[in-house]
Design a protein. Sequence first.
Length: 154
Amino acid sequence: MSLSMGELIRQFGSGATRSPDDGRDDPEGYLSPLVINRFNQYMTKHRIQTDGSVRASDNWQKGMPLSSYMKGMWRHMLHLWQRHRGWPVTDLKAALNKEEDLCAIIFNAQGYLHEVLKEKYAQASLAKEVASMSRLHPQTGEAPRTVIPPERYR
């Protein structure tokens, strides 16, 4: 691949071209496939509910209170911390080991962030809708017409 400073196009040995990667998100570099795979295994294991039924993999995206995520995150963080310090975990409902604790922390952090972002995007969408509505005529609901005074035609 050749790319000199200031070039706007990357050219590969095959002749394929692309724009530069500078400043672009890089999930392949930011995320660990080992962690993602282990988290998938954790989530698959926890799809089975206490009554034996299997919940949908995206069931959590229906929404849970932030307090539920926070309480779960703190419980798992405490268990991980105890294990990290070499202390026994006495909570009978605790995860089995550090890996499970970490996956549970990731789940709760991701769920919490998901809810925060949903609210952020809902607020942005509402603000956009209100802004567009405020430009509508109060009686007709029509968008205002731009009227150019005749003296401006010249």
